[in-house]
Design a protein around this ligand. Structure first.
Ligand SMILES: [Zn+2]
Ligand SMILES: [Zn+2]
Length: 355
């Protein structure tokens, strides 16, 4: 009989099995760094959880374009108040966060200067990202450029702006459009050229039904395209897998078997899928032996969640969601491994643009 982790917990009590799953901090490649906006950092110099997909500067996609098209003033976003976002970022550090990856880029109306000001004011390490969001947000000239041309531009811009990742790279529906496939290919090529990690956005709708439905294997198809372009699975995170209603986490397991990280990166967004279902999926995923492949984050994108508004704040993955995992029997050592070690390995890369 094979014992699962939960069987052991039932037998021995949660504390007794923790050492089985507490793993030493895995070494990253020699010379690898995490590229934050202000400096390159040795991965071990970051203390605390790393949130690999949040938004510190964003306007809900299309808000600006639609307003401009209609000749209306661009509606404000909660992230426009840079001083407030700096305070909230600093508060997240107090709550145990050591580094935050911003998942925005120009076609999500991310304000790059705002991000730099938040990093400088809060002194919390912030990783900025590059790339393109999804079909409806693409600049019009995407259609006329080749994947190789886009890849060269992505690598060039990443170097010029000290970007530390490509993300979030998304798709609008369940099937990649031709342009989306080209962008995924370009980003995969850019990863191979630069070493920078990639995280993606999926269109999974959780417990809500849409017509046509988003196929279960959408995440796997994203990986097919990135792999074919030469991207290194160890620096890929396929995102929003926690928005797929997949109780046994079968898609997550198929992804992990191919060596990538699986993003449970919309935790606390209960309107898509309740967190209880996310916790159950994570337990199934961990029981299958994939603790090294899980990344957690909350895709912070609503003002209601700010501390100022009585919400849990940017650290909600650590303060609100992680305790649910512990309550479900996941050891604190495993949770720490997932929050700290996994994102370090995901983000740390050996720059190929030195010398
Ligand atoms: Zn997304
Ligand atoms: Zn996002």
């Amino acid at each position: 009989m094979t014992m699962t982790r939960r069987d052991l917990i039932a037998l021995l009590g949660a504390g007794a099995v923790a050492p089985l799953f507490a793993q030493p901090r895995p070494a990253v490649e020699q010379g690898a760094i995490i590229r934050t906006l202000l400096k390159d950092m040795p991965p071990d110099s970051i203390n605390g959880a790393i949130l690999f997909h949040e938004h510190l500067s964003i306007r809900y996609p299309l808000t600006k374009a639609l307003a401009e098209k209609a000749g209306r003033p661009v509606p404000p976003s909660f992230t426009d108040d840079v001083d407030l976002m700096s305070e909230e970022t600093k508060a997240a550090q107090t709550d145990g966060v050591g580094c935050i990856v911003d998942g925005g880029h120009p076609d999500m109306d991310r304000d790059f200067d705002a991000l730099k000001r938040i990093a400088a004011t809060s002194q919390v390490p912030i990783v900025a990202s590059g790339g393109f969001y999804m079909q409806r947000n693409y600049p019009t000239d995407i259609a006329t450029k080749s994947a190789a041309q886009l890849a060269d531009e992505l690598v060039r811009d990443a170097k010029a702006q000290r970007l530390g990742a490509f993300g979030e790279i998304g798709q609008q529906g369940g099937v990649l459009t031709d342009d989306e496939k080209k962008v995924f290919t370009a980003v995969g090529k850019a990863q191979a050229k630069s070493g920078l990690p990639i995280f993606t956005h999926n269109a999974y709708t959780g417990v809500r039904t849409v017509d046509p439905p988003v196929p279960m294997d959408t995440a796997l198809k994203q990986l097919d395209v990135l792999e074919a372009a030469g991207a290194n699975p160890r620096h890929l995170a396929i995102g929003h897998v926690c928005c797929l209603d997949d109780p046994k986490a079968q898609v997550a397991q198929q992804l992990a078997k191919r060596g990538v990280f699986v993003g449970f990166d919309r935790v606390t967004i209960n309107v898509i899928i309740p967190d209880e279902k996310r916790v159950a999926m994570i337990v199934a995923f961990l029981d299958a032996g994939f603790a090294d492949h899980l990344l957690l984050s909350s895709d912070f994108s609503t003002g209601r969640a700010l501390k100022k508004n009585g919400g849990p704040g940017i650290a909600q993955t650590v303060t609100a969601f992680a305790p649910m995992l512990v309550k479900a029997g996941v050891s604190e050592a495993t949770v720490k491994h997932i929050l700290e070690d996994n994102p370090r390995r995901f983000l740390a890369f050996v720059p190929k643009d030195r010398g």
